[in-house]
Design a protein around this ligand. Structure first.
Ligand code: NAI
Ligand code: MG
Length: 337
């Protein structure tokens, strides 16, 4: 039976990079069917809402979505659609690989190969208790960490390490200061780690982690952490390997998973045909892993790596003079060869 994937073409450069990505996926001949649904500005214009029920239904039904970036209109009353999707489907694991590619703007052209596993539903981002006092002088916020939330994310990180042949999990925290929230996360992480004797585990305080990542990123393999720290660290890691054009992300829950590029809809270059499709392509590779097409995911990543060395085909953000399509074409040629 062929697998159906909910596809959101998105806004700005979204449709351009999605078209390129689907063309490349077609080359792999996995017999995927696509259910095209809308979200973001495109949905707002067509149906008068940013996140139509039909889109939610498609994701519920197919359980896997490939999503291009969405534009969230600026202004009152528009909450981020991405945050909304994470909430609706309880996509608790945000998985962001950061892998160096040759010929890019990576500061470490060889040495970085790590995955950040960020807790995606709790911590400082629950949106509760946000208050500013009447005089505007004092602001407060509630953070929430639960045993269940911590356990499932740390378990996810260790399972991922096992499944993908990674050797070490680094638990990133600030339990020395945030004794309640980060303290509970660390306590639970230690309990979970004890159940994975085959995977090495170390603990690192978040500020030191940032320095260590910049100085010696090769020491990291899998990083697991709470929501706010993970948000910041995963962008830092994207910077280590050459920026947003190469950074994919997966949002994974028990019942659904959404694969995407980390970058936004890049309105400044939309319609010019020069958007770098690599981040979404690498998101598609994560999707292939998730659908248990591990060999094809590896084939795709290897071909992307090789194609990035052809200067005239890569997009301008990576210093090349290619286009979205010329990169996709070169990648397809390589996959067919
Ligand atoms: P952005 O990531 O869209 O753009 C930042 C800069 O990076 C721009 O100069 C852009 O041209 C460049 N860039 C981004 N992706 C690129 C690619 N694939 N190839 C070449 N260059 C690329 O961030 P910005 O401008 O802050 O946000 C624009 C819109 O995107 C906003 O409406 C924002 O809400 C939305 N957004 C959506 C996200 C999502 O759906 N996952 C994530 C981040 C932002
Ligand atoms: Mg972020």
């Amino acid at each position: 039976m062929s697998k159906t994937i909910a596809v959101i073409r998105g806004d700005g450069i979204g449709p351009e990079i999605m078209e390129a990505t689907l063309r490349v996926l077609e080359t792999l001949q996995l017999g995927f069917q696509y259910d095209f649904v809308e979200a973001g500005l495109a949905a707002q214009e067509k149906f008068g809402e940013l996140l139509p029920q039909a889109t939610l239904d498609a994701i519920t039904k197919h359980r896997v979505a490939l999503k291009s970036p969405l534009t969230t209109p600026v202004g009152e009353g528009f909450s981020s659609i991405n945050v909304e999707l994470r909430k609706r489907f309880d996509l608790y694991a945000n998985v962001r690989p950061a892998i160096s590619f040759p010929n890019t703007r990576s500061r470490f052209p060889e040495g970085v190969d790590l995955v950040t596993v960020r807790e995606n539903t709790e911590g400082a981002y629950i949106g509760e208790g946000q208050q500013v006092s009447a005089d505007g002088e004092t602001a407060t916020l509630t953070q929430k960490v639960t045993r269940r939330g911590s356990e499932r994310i740390v378990r996810y990180a260790f399972d991922l390490a096992r499944r993908t042949g990674r050797k070490k999990v680094t638990v990133v925290h600030k339990a020395n200061i945030l004794k309640s929230t980060s303290g509970l996360f660390l306590k639970v992480a230690r309990e979970v780690a004890a159940q994975y004797p085959d995977i090495a585990c170390n603990e690192m305080i978040v500020d030191n982690t940032c320095m260590q990542l910049v100085m010696r990123p090769e020491q990291f393999d899998v990083i697991v952490t709470t929501n706010l720290f993970g948000d910041i660290i995963s962008d830092l890691c994207a910077g280590l390997v050459g920026g947003l054009g190469l950074a994919p992300g997966a949002n994974i829950g028990a019942d659904a998973a959404i694969f995407e590029a980390v970058h936004g809809s890049a309105p400044d270059i939309a319609g010019k045909g020069i958007a770098n499709p690599c981040a979404l392509l690498l998101g598609a590779a994560q999707m292939l892993d998730h659908l248990e097409f591990g060999d094809e995911a590896l084939r795709l990543r290897t071909a992307i790596r090789a194609t990035l060395t052809t200067r005239d085909r890569v997009t301008p953000d990576l210093g090349g003079n290619g286009t979205t399509d010329s990169f996709a074409d070169a990648l397809i040629e390589r996959l067919r060869a």
